[in-house]
Design a protein around this ligand. Structure first.
Ligand SMILES: [Cu+2]
Length: 328
């Protein structure tokens, strides 16, 4: 399968990103929706290969036995050939593929599972807001899901259209202004899946990634319980000073931290920001250095994003970093 996949990628090197076990590939499916998409892809690929071989053989045949050579083609049999190869066979193939596609569409429209975990995802230019009604909290850019359970995603947008695409787990679904779209996913394999906004949505569309973290149910429950807690105020020191800066500088007008007075809604909720793997929708790893760079001038890392450069003294910046790093 892997070598066939490599050949396919080489031959087409088309719009599919990566192959094999790459973290963002539609050809290494680990969820039910993605498995159907991959199966359909291989079916179409197989059919096209049959025709590529057939047409190549016919072209070679025509080149070798061209007009004037010994072989004589009768008009009647040539017409029959065109009707069969040009009308009958394409009709059978296209109707067949259409029926298979319809079957997949039907299966994907309903997970047939009453026990669903609801997750609400809202697209923003250029990050993802993730709400868990079950836990009553909001997070960003990282969607945790339990393995083996159906996750019912409700997709909205706060501004322009975006598209939610987890190639390794399920099909692509648009986030359309003014409506809620539904999508479900289910996987049996724990792991980290990288995903991407798949609808051009402005300047930083390419840096609007997110991650799905699939965890065994017990691990997921522990994560959920952790997220439900509000942030605890640091007892003293640099971190306590950082909280003070956060609440008095502009940060609080755009960001919320549960347990503090900060309740801005323009940017991601930061209550557990230190627990996330990446910052700014997959743009930078969540390390101390990048965090500091982001806060002082995020425009150098993600030009055009909606967080303006922050005029902070180095003392304020150090305090903010110390505080944000306590938010696990
Ligand atoms: Cu987008």
């Amino acid at each position: 399968m892997r070598s066939a996949c490599g050949t396919a990628a080489l031959l087409l090197s088309a719009s599919l990103t990566g192959c094999g076990d790459s973290p963002q590939s539609a050809l290494s499916p680990h969820g039910e929706g993605a498995r159907r998409v991959a199966a359909l892809w291989w079916l179409l690929f197989g059919i096209s290969m049959v025709f590529v071989v057939l047409v190549t053989a016919l072209v070679l045949w025509a080149a070798i036995y061209r007009r004037g050579s010994r072989v004589r083609v009768r008009m009647g049999s040539a017409q029959r050939f065109v009707v069969i190869m040009g009308v009958v066979i394409p009709t059978i193939v296209l109707v067949g593929v259409y029926v298979v596609g319809l079957r997949d569409l039907r299966a994907l429209s309903d997970p047939r599972d009453p026990d669903q975990l609801v997750v609400e995802v809202t697209g923003h230019q250029w990050w993802w807001e993730v709400r868990y009604p079950e836990g009553g909290f909001v997070t960003a850019n990282e969607i945790h899901v339990p393995t083996g359970r159906t996750v019912n995603l409700r997709l909205r947008t706060a501004d322009v259209n975006h598209s939610f695409w987890v190639p390794g787990l399920t099909v692509k679904t648009d986030l359309v202004a003014g409506r809620v779209n539904h999508l479900w996913l289910r996987t049996g394999r724990a792991g980290l899946y990288r995903d991407q906004c798949a609808e051009y949505c402005g300047l930083q569309h390419a840096r609007m990634a997110f991650h799905v973290v699939a965890q065994p149910p017990a691990e997921f429950s522990a994560w959920l319980a952790g997220q439900e807690h509000s942030a605890t105020a640091p007892a003293g020191g640099l971190a306590a000073r950082g909280l003070q800066v956060f609440q008095t500088a502009s940060c609080a007008s755009c960001h919320a931290i549960r347990g503090t007075t900060a309740n801005g809604r323009i940017g991601p909720d930061l209550t557990h920001v230190a627990g996330r793997r990446y910052l700014a929708a997959g743009t930078i790893p969540n390390t101390r250095g990048y965090l500091g760079g982001w806060i002082s001038n995020s425009q150098t890392l993600k030009p055009g994003n909606k967080m303006p450069p922050q005029p902070l003294t180095s003392e304020q910046l150090q305090a903010l970093i110390a505080y944000l790093e306590t938010l696990r």
